[in-house]
Design a protein around this ligand. Structure first.
Ligand code: TUI
Length: 307
């Protein structure tokens, strides 16, 4: 299935793995790339040197291309932005902000830059600034989200820009891929499905929580302070939302969530930890290798698109 995105990135299948904090480390990124998609190392809040190590470890596992996601709200974003250049990374995606200040440096280094956008305005701005493609991410996604849904955002972004559009948010199988293509996308980015991959190093308790999730099990914390984050409902989200309703400050709420994603991903604490996942979690029913997932989804998408 060739598209402008598979050509741009030199990959076989138009599937990109999300740059998920704590989850998108070298084993998962290498496995997705080996399976024909584009794996990503998630920079998240990690220092530049940690990201450098992850890049080097991924290179030991695959010769295929993989990228790095630079999370722009990170205090280490400037360092990570330089590390990707020094390490000769060829594809960078960005999230949770406007990557304008890094664009010149990345383009000069020959990097393909693919910002995540949550609005048409940012998509247009990114195209003007030299982005090679954009990821239009709907609010069905896990983690930090915008306001628009994938169904409404993808076609509006596709109409507004000439560069390729990659759809993200709520996509977890071949039907979702086919639907995204109908909306004008030329590839998809998926996070939640890859969290439960056999190669994903997240704690088994985290995977089990996603596999057991029902359709309406996710909620959004942080809306009152302009930092909406989608995660699965638990004691942490109940406490957080109660404190939001009581008008607690951003600092107090940050204190409550500090380290809770790590607690869920690494320790499997799905009660007091932050279990970031998208709305599609309710449809994800089994652990498979990345190759099994990608082969199954591509076969389904191709069949549907040829119908
Ligand atoms: O970045 C993400 N998802 C994330 S980042 C993350 S780490 C984190 N942990 C705790 C609290 C907050 C973050 C977890 N999940 N997705 C990409 C994404 N980017 N979604 C939405 C956006 C976005 C939103 C607004 C991008 C740009 C934007 O506007 C920028 C501007 O300046 O106009």
């Amino acid at each position: 299935m060739k598209t402008r995105v598979t050509e741009l990135l030199g990959i076989e299948c138009p599937i990109i793995q999300g740059g998920m904090a704590w989850v998108a480390e070298h084993h998962l990124a290498a496995a997705v790339s080996e399976a024909g998609g584009l794996g990503l190392i998630g920079g998240a809040n990690a220092p530049g040197e940690v990201v450098r190590e992850e890049i080097r470890k991924a290179r030991e596992l695959t010769k295929k291309p993989f990228g790095v996601n630079v999370m722009l709200m990170s205090p280490h974003a400037d360092d990570v932005a330089k590390v990707v250049v020094e390490e000769g990374i060829k594809v960078v995606t960005t999230g949770a902000g406007n990557p304008g200040k890094y664009m010149e440096m990345w383009k000069a280094a020959g990097i393909k830059v693919i910002p995540v956008v949550a609005s048409v305005a940012l998509a247009r701005m990114m195209e003007k600034g030299g982005a090679d493609a954009v990821i239009a991410e709907g609010m069905e996604s896990g983690g930090h989200i915008g306001e628009a849904t994938t169904m409404t955002l993808v076609p509006q972004v596709a109409d507004a820009v000439s560069i390729p559009v990659i759809a993200a948010g709520g996509i977890g199988d071949g039907r979702g891929i086919a639907a995204a293509f109908m909306l004008g996308a030329e590839a998809v980015q998926m996070g939640t499905r890859f969290v439960v991959a056999k190669e994903s190093i997240v704690h088994p308790g985290y995977k089990e929580r996603i596999i057991k999730a029902k359709d309406i099990d996710s909620t959004v914390t942080g809306r009152t302070h302009g930092h909406p984050v989608r995660c699965l409902r638990n004691q942490m989200t109940r406490d957080y939302i109660k404190m939001e309703q009581e008008g607690k400050s951003f600092e107090e709420l940050e204190y409550l969530t500090l380290g809770t994603l790590r607690k869920a991903v690494m320790e499997g604490d799905t009660v007091n930890g932050t279990v970031m996942a998208g709305q599609i979690a309710g449809m994800i029913k089994k652990e498979q290798t990345c190759k099994e997932m990608i082969d199954e989804m591509m076969a389904e998408a191709v069949q549907l698109l040829h119908r």
